[in-house]
Design a protein around this ligand. Structure first.
Ligand code: S3P
Length: 438
């Protein structure tokens, strides 16, 4: 599905933020593991969480969705079972890495596959610690397909994360929870802490302390979990496309309700504010242990910024759309320490760079980042432009938003991957005053 932008669009009005993808995946996995009655509201019915739901149902979770899109987990008489069919996690890195933890910790037998993009992504980052914990796990040179066979886990496991990855951290925590292994994780740089918060919300014995600037996360070997209904907050990573759209289209005002405001995810707001964005946060509250709020974006002038170090994991999914903001900001933006972008759904540094070259945006792409020469003017387009999304939702949405600053429509190729994280993107964007045509 290619999408073509329209001219003179704006992102304005009031919209509700779609559910958080990371949280939707976690609450399904943890909810199914707890095996108690529970209802989930605000769940993201995107392809990624749905792949995880299918995989859980294949091992016997019995998860149901009602006509109001609420998700129902019901207490089962049987525990999870082995599957002969492969579990296909589609495009979802989070779904795969977290399920690998859960299934190996439970001592089940299962095989995993995924789409072309997921099959090319590195999995040793979870395979190695899982094997150290006691998992019996085979892969194709550190990649999919991966098979797990039953094994006994060690009683205790300590691991210092060599890469800042919430997926790796969560995989180990879920494996430990399922196996009854006491876990200690040392996290040198803070990554999103949804798993820790959710475990705490359901009564797990988990504590995070800080020592010499590192997080020490300890999960006890025994945990008495109590399910309760859960409300998923909105995804700040999805909101970021709307926020940058409002900012670069010079919109008089955009309000997004129910945006997740977990401080391990709000770096994008801090960065945009540093760039000069006028963003107001109101109605701050807590939903199922996660902070959330409504945010208002007002007319602002953006300027370039330097981004490196500890902020990078916090904005890892937003760097493509921050790069679009930077392209239409005054002055230079420098992004460093972001080599992880090369192993996301696509090589995002390369994909952004190619899109910039197609649009004539001056930039330099280097191993762990890029340098962008921004200018606030509308791009004068005098020939037809087609941008490759590399089947990556965040690249597709970033360049569709860039279309707001193009004098003629541009086409972004292979946009179907948007449905993995933002299934109503086209309708929602159109309701704010920006048409995207199929
Ligand atoms: C996620 C963690 C991040 C992020 C991904 C979702 C999660 O990945 O990029 O979109 O839900 O834990 P890494 O753990 O690979 O950094």
């Amino acid at each position: 599905m290619n999408l073509t932008t329209s001219t003179d669009g704006h992102i304005l009005g009031k919209v509700q933020c779609p559910g958080d993808k990371s949280i939707s995946q976690r609450v399904l996995i943890l909810g199914a593991f707890m095996n108690q009655d529970m209802v989930i509201d605000g769940f993201l019915h995107g392809e990624d969480p749905l792949s995880t739901m299918n995989a859980l149902n294949q091992i016997g979770a019995g998860i149901l969705v009602d006509e109001d899109d609420r998700v129902h987990l019901q207490k089962r008489n049987q525990s999870f079972h082995n599957v002969d069919n492969v579990l296909n996690l589609g495009n979802s890195g989070t779904g795969l890495r977290l399920m690998l933890g859960l299934i190996s910790g439970m001592g089940l037998k299962a095989s995993f596959v995924g789409d072309e993009s997921l099959s090319s992504r590195p999995m040793e980052r979870v395979i190695n610690p899982l094997a150290e914990m006691g998992a019996n796990i085979e892969s194709s040179r550190g990649k999919l397909p991966i098979s797990i066979s039953p094994s006994t886990f060690n009683l205790q496991y300590t691991y210092e994360l060599p890469i800042a990855s919430a997926q790796v951290k969560s995989c180990i925590l879920l494996a430990g929870l399922a196996a009854g292994t006491a876990i200690e994780i040392i996290e040198p740089i803070q990554t999103r802490d949804h798993t820790e918060r959710m475990l705490k919300n359901f009564g797990a014995n988990i504590e995070t302390t800080s020592l010499d600037g590192k997080n020490i996360i300890k999960l006890a070997s025994t945990n008495n979990l109590h399910a309760k209904n859960y409300s998923v907050v909105g995804d700040i990573s999805s909101a970021a496309f709307l926020i940058v759209g409002a900012l670069i289209s010079n919109s008089p005002g955009l309000e997004i309700t129910n945006v997740g405001m977990n401080s391990s995810r709000t770096g994008v707001l801090k960065v945009l504010q540093k760039m000069g964005a006028n963003i107001e946060v109101k109605n701050q509250r807590l939903e199922s242990g996660e902070p959330c709020a409504d945010i208002i974006v007002k007319k602002s002038k953006l300027k370039g910024v330097e981004l490196s170090g500890k902020i990078i994991p916090n904005i890892i999914d937003e760097i493509p759309i921050i790069s679009i903001a930077a392209a239409f900001a005054d002055g230079e933006t420098v992004i460093k320490d972001a080599a992880e972008l090369r192993v996301k759904e696509s090589d995002r540094l390369q994909a952004v760079s190619e899109g910039f070259s197609a649009l004539g945006i001056k930039h330099e792409n280097f191993e762990d980042g890029m340098n962008i020469q921004g200018a606030p003017n509308t791009l004068l387009i005098d020939h037809s432009i087609s941008i490759e999304s590399y089947d990556d939702h965040r690249i597709a949405m970033s360049f569709l938003i860039a279309g707001l600053k193009c004098s003629k429509p541009i086409t972004v190729r292979d946009c179907q991957n948007i449905f993995t994280s933002f299934p109503n993107f086209i309708e929602l964007i159109s309701s704010t005053g920006y048409e995207l045509k199929k």
